[in-house]
Design a protein around this ligand. Structure first.
Ligand code: GAL
Length: 286
């Protein structure tokens, strides 16, 4: 709470050691996020005279590796941890260990289960975007196209879904709410396949989209991508298949990474939704 935070607030000349665990360095969005964490901590250091010592670890998309990194943070007696878990089901055990060592945690980007967040209230918190809204905006962008996503005029929107990690609440909610937005607009979405597990990864986005284009051909009207990284991969396959975004296919992503803005300007992307890494990172630091 406020009072506890004030009574322990670091003073000029103090050093605060911060353990930061990122699920995977090789992820466009989390790289931007990580850079802003570093920027903002050093800005804060300059302003306050408090030294923030960051120890940033790459979980390499492996929970066992990451758990070891977090155990090291605890052994080293970090003052606070910022955790972007590989697998949120690890949160329970981690919170219990952190509580024993009295090291508060700010979870980022991947939200642990509500029950886990009740284990150590006041000393654990989560910072993330509202993924239901990102999904809704994706669906709305398709509904707002001239033919409402129904390019072949058969009364349905034939789509595929490139899904991030299915354990991740961002992936689940973007998937669900993008389709719900179409239904809410009175349209008829038709999934050509089960969601493809592309795991936020550009190469997999490319591969699955290529497969889908080969399998469904002209029937495929909309590619929903849970993030821009996978959408960037999809663009490659769409172009190789001789299809044209905005003419015979639509593609939407989430994050608004610089590459996606470029693709928007080039006409290779129908739309993206800002996932505000800048303000999220600053909020985490605050
Ligand atoms: C999402 C983001 C993705 C990916 C993922 C990692 O919020 O949109 O691009 O970075 O987090 O958990």
């Amino acid at each position: 709470g406020e009072e506890a935070a004030e009574s322990t607030a670091p003073q000029e000349g103090d050093t605060v050691s911060v353990g930061v665990a990122i699920y995977r360095f090789d992820d466009n969005f989390m790289t931007l996020y990580r850079e802003e964490l570093e920027n903002y901590f050093s800005q804060l250091s300059e302003e306050t005279g408090v030294t923030y010592e960051l120890d940033i670890q790459d979980g390499k998309q492996d929970q066992a590796t990451q758990t070891e990194q977090i155990n090291n943070f605890i052994t080293q007696g970090k003052d606070v941890m910022i955790l972007n878990l590989v697998d949120v089901t690890a949160a329970n055990a981690i919170i219990n260990l952190a509580q024993e060592a009295d090291i508060p945690i700010v979870f980022i980007n991947r939200e642990p289960e509500t029950d886990d967040m009740k284990i150590w209230p006041g000393k654990t918190t989560y910072v993330g975007a509202d993924a239901t809204q990102s999904g809704t905006f994706q669906g709305e962008m398709i509904a707002e196209t001239s033919n409402q996503g129904d390019i072949n005029g058969d009364g349905q929107i034939n789509y595929i879904m490139l899904q991030g990690d299915p354990q991740n609440v961002d992936a689940q909610q973007r998937t669900e709410f993008s389709i719900k937005a179409l239904e809410d607009a009175g349209l008829t979405p038709n999934a050509l396949s089960e969601p493809y597990q592309a795991n936020w990864d550009s190469a997999r986005g490319q591969e699955f989209t290529a497969n889908a284009l080969a399998q469904f051909g002209e029937d495929l009207e909309v590619v929903f991508s849970n993030n821009d990284g996978m959408a960037m991969g999809a663009i490659q396959s769409i172009n190789s298949a001789g299809r044209t975004v905005g003419e015979d296919i639509y593609l939407v992503g989430v994050d608004a990474i610089p590459e996606a803005i470029q693709a928007l300007n080039d006409g290779n992307l129908t739309g993206t939704v800002l996932n505000d890494h800048f303000n999220q990172a600053q909020t985490v630091v605050e």
